[in-house]
Ligand binder design. Structure first.
Ligand code: HPA
Length: 248
């Protein structure tokens, strides 16, 4: 087993990890089926980094069909103990517009029909994890410090609302989420965070704002082309941020 200093799960717009040297690909069999693809482990900023593309390297898996259990199991079985989930999101709060990077500290789960636990296998021990703080605070603090070192602007805190997708939300759904206290909306934040906690992994979500959520910006409609253009811009900050984290 290789020792992994950090695992990164790439979301929409991040299908490989730029700068990962000496990459080796690992196809991991898990008791939960196939992960989204091979885990690529390599050297980055003097450390061992594992990368997995959540939607597959050609973006073929929609959010509700991602095998979140297999993905986290694969990373854990390769030796990862710290995981950063990079997630494209829509911004609900006025200061969370396109290209802004947010480090959420809370979430609300609106997804349904996903396999949300490792406990629903016959004979498995039932674990009730504490999920009061869904993201690992020490990892969040390390990421905030890394952002300061690298000169990358990042908003500390916010509530991530996880929706089912793959469609975007209606204005009424976003208005309800706003009343609920959500600042961001994305489709892949859950059950990933809860499964990470079940495996006792340190886990944080790096949310890259691709667009204003429905009804939150000036546009009558959300353009998918614009989403990917904004994502490409925000994604450029990920490698320098991770380098500062690993060197910190
Ligand atoms: N809603 C849900 N998920 C998203 C959005 C959105 O507006 N933008 C990027 N991911």
């Amino acid at each position: 087993m290789s020792t992994i200093d950090l695992a990164v799960i790439g979301g929409s717009g991040l299908y490989n990890f730029p700068g990962l040297a000496n990459p080796a690909r690992h196809a991991v069999e898990t008791p939960y089926g196939a992960a989204s693809g091979e885990v690529v482990i390599g050297d980055f900023a003097g450390k061992r980094v594992a990368f997995l593309a959540r939607h597959g390297e050609s973006h073929t898996l929609p959010p509700h069909r991602v095998n979140y259990r297999a993905n986290l199991w694969a990373l854990h079985s390769l030796g990862a103990r710290r995981v950063i989930g990079v997630n494209a999101v829509g911004g609900i709060r006025a200061d969370m517009g396109p290209r802004v990077i947010v480090l959420p500290d809370q979430l609300i789960d609106y997804t349904h029909g996903r396999l949300t636990s490792y406990c629903d296998v016959d004979g498995a021990e039932v674990k009730h994890i504490d999920f009061s703080a869904p993201y690992t605070e020490s990892l969040r603090q390390s990421l905030l410090a890394a952002a300061r070192t690298a000169g990358i602007a990042m908003i500390d805190g916010g509530c991530y609302g996880a929706t089912q997708g793959p469609r975007l939300e209606t204005r009424a759904e976003i208005a309800r989420m706003k009343r609920d206290g959500c600042d961001l909306v994305g489709m892949t934040g859950m059950p990933e965070a809860a499964l990470a906690r079940e495996l006792a992994l340190d886990y944080a979500c790096l949310a890259l704002v691709a667009n204003f959520a429905a009804g939150c910006g000036d546009e009558a409609e959300i353009s998918i082309e614009e989403i990917f253009a904004h994502l490409a811009a925000a994604t450029a900050a990920v490698p320098p941020l991770i380098a500062a984290l690993l060197q910190g």
